[in-house]
Design a protein around this ligand. Structure first.
Ligand code: ATP
Length: 584
């Protein structure tokens, strides 16, 4: 019931249409009875000759009208329900998309794109299917037996009671099934979720699975979850199958219950032949539409999980915005006593203090997991800090309108996502109002123009899923082109040359140095040799700032930095000596 009311909440903007669809469905059920009523009068007419042709013509006309009216009611019910269903689908998608657009970026690192995709596509479509098809169907399925029963009671209450019996037995049988299956419901959902998760993981990780020569059978998580789901389904069908058969049989067995008492009443002349025939015609399958109730309840169970997932997304608190907030006057970045921890973990930063002057290049270095990326991402309100504050130009970033904050920061990540669109549009993503010339100019600055013009359709070449694949270095140059086009005063580069070979690295560095002129830049990197020219280097270690100074100064003042530097130098020397020796 909760699911049903949540469903109607989603369809709130279209409730009038849904109500009308339900009314037309009831009208459809009512009109279904009209031909039987006409038949009743035809039988009476036939039993009392001579036949009046005028009356017969009139009955035929009425039957035709009822059929036409029924067709109209069905069409209207379907049409209105579809409009309401698709309207609701659009509303939910828009609402989720709008909501996730306001969530902190951290949310996306905890929720895979696969699960978000499933919610936005499958879960929402299931809701639409229930609203479009099952609700009008359900109204008709309930209205038809109720109206028929009313008519039967009106004709003869004794026989109507007999006709009610199979319905009561069917309902009891249904209740017994629910009781037996309800304990298995959680197991069903759990195994379905586990299987869906394993399928998504299998598809997403297919390259690695194949690289390690695994197959569907040998990839344990996949095969065991599929087997487990199969066992649950078999168990479920064994129980539900017998009840389902009984339920269906009961719904269709009205004749069996009505025939003996009907014949008895007829023999005692306590029932007219016309009433008896009408009873026999109506009672056979009057309750059969209730069969659809079963299908509806199973559909409702399917949408229940989806609604839970949608609600979980909508329950996430968006980042509080400050639309009327202040704008920074310059672009220095300050961490003031910042404490931050990820949801479940112990604090990553405690009272972190750092000042990055405007227009300088600062490198974040340190061992893996030291907090370099987290510190850089916090500047864009990846997630709000728990204590202290981060300021840009002296303004707490929480007091800067989010759109303005993000406009002022450009990221160049290790992995760049390319959309299913042309190269031109992929770069233009950074500034949608940029002209083609601006985009090409940015690509030239990023040293990407030459490889783009060699692509099959140059700037019009389609990228993204299933289209042309670019190398890691080429993708990174597109990322830099985006950043150049964006021309934001703060730039964060995360291992931006990670994929580049020596030749490409030189090109990338050239692109990057043009991008950086006059900007406040943070470079997250591991290769210290490439970072010696930075104005300052911040050395992180388990969330603590061990040193913050230029390279030469750090070599003498920060033991961690000196060790890292020596280790990397030795590794480079070792590999060079090693290569020279092996060539000798
Ligand atoms: N989304 C997240 N949720 C929970 N913990 C996280 C998340 N992202 C990072 N962490 C944890 O925070 C710590 C710092 O991670 P971070 O990625 O900032 O380090 P890093 O220095 O950039 O590492 P690397 O050089 O390996 O990229 C790690 O212990 C990591 O496990």
């Amino acid at each position: 019931m909760n699911t049903l009311s949540r469903l109607f909440n989603f369809a709130h903007n279209h409730k009038n249409m849904l109500r009308q669809a339900a009314l037309f469905s009831v009208a459809d059920a009512l009109l279904e009875l009209v031909p039987y009523g006409i038949l009743y009068f035809v039988i009476i007419e036939c039993m009392n000759p001579p036949l009046s042709l005028a009356k017969m013509a009139w009955f035929s006309f009425l039957a035709l009208c009822s059929i036409c009216a029924r067709a109209f009611a069905r069409w209207k019910a379907g049409n209105l329900a579809h409009k309401a269903g698709y309207g609701t689908l659009m509303d939910i998608r828009r609402k989720i998309a709008q909501h996730i657009g306001q969530l902190p970026m951290l949310f996306f690192s905890h929720n895979s794109s696969g699960s978000l995709l499933k919610t936005l596509s499958e879960d929402v479509e299931r809701i639409e299917a229930v609203l479009c098809h099952h609700i009008p169907d359900l109204c008709a399925a309930i209205a038809a037996p109720l109206l028929t029963l009313t008519l039967l009671f009106f004709l003869d209450w004794r026989l109507a009671l007999a006709a009610l019996l199979p319905l009561i037995l069917a309902i009891l049988c249904q209740l017994a099934m629910f009781r037996e299956c309800s304990t298995r419901m959680q197991g069903f959902h759990d195994s379905l979720t586990a299987m869906n998760g394993a399928i998504v993981e299998y598809v997403q990780g297919i390259m690695d699975i194949k690289a390690f020569n695994q197959t569907v059978e040998s990839y344990q998580r996949f095969s065991s979850s599929v087997r487990n789901f199969e066992t649950v389904i078999k168990d479920w069908s064994k129980i539900s199958g017998k009840y389902y058969a009984l339920f269906g049989t009961m719904l269709g067995s009205g004749l069996l219950f009505v025939l003996p008492p009907g014949l008895m009443l007829l023999s005692k002349e306590s029932l007219s032949m016309a009433d008896f025939i009408l009873f026999l015609l109506l009672v056979g399958g009057y309750a059969a539409p209730l069969d659809r109730l079963l299908r509806f309840s199973s559909k409702l169970r399917e949408v229940e999980e989806g609604i839970r997932r949608i609600d979980a997304i909508l329950a996430q608190a968006p980042l509080p915005d400050a639309p009327e907030g202040s704008l920074p006057q310059n672009y220095d970045i300050t961490f003031e006593n910042v404490s931050f921890s990820y949801e479940e973990g112990s604090p990553l930063f405690e009272k972190l203090n750092l000042h990055i002057p405007a227009g300088t290049l600062t490198a974040f270095v340190g061992p893996s997991g030291a907090g370099k990326t987290s510190a850089a991402m916090l500047i864009s309100r990846y997630q709000d800090v728990q204590k202290g504050r981060i300021c840009i130009g002296g303004v707490d970033i929480r007091h800067i309108p989010i759109a303005e904050l993000l406009r002022n920061i450009s990221f160049v990540f290790q992995d760049t996502f390319l959309f299913s669109d042309s190269v031109l549009e992929n770069i233009r993503l950074a500034r949608p109002d940029a002209s083609d010339e601006d985009v090409i100019h940015a690509a030239r600055q990023a040293r990407a123009h030459d490889f783009i013009t060699q692509l099959p359709q140059g700037y019009e070449t389609q990228l993204g899923d299933g289209a042309l694949a670019l190398s890691g270095g080429e993708r990174q140059r597109l990322a830099i082109a985006r950043a150049v086009l964006r021309n934001a005063p703060i730039i964060i580069l995360d291992e931006a040359t990670a994929y580049a070979d020596p030749e490409n690295e030189a090109l990338l560095q050239e692109g990057i140095s043009r991008l950086l002129e006059g900007k406040t830049v943070i470079v997250i990197g591991h290769r210290l040799r490439a970072l010696t020219e930075a104005d300052s280097i911040a050395v992180f270690d388990q969330g603590t700032l061990r040193g913050f100074a230029p390279h030469d100064e750090l070599l003498s003042s920060c033991s961690l930095y000196a060790t890292m530097w020596n280790v990397q130098q030795n590794a480079a020397d070792w590999s060079l000596t090693d290569m020279e020796e092996s060539h000798a």
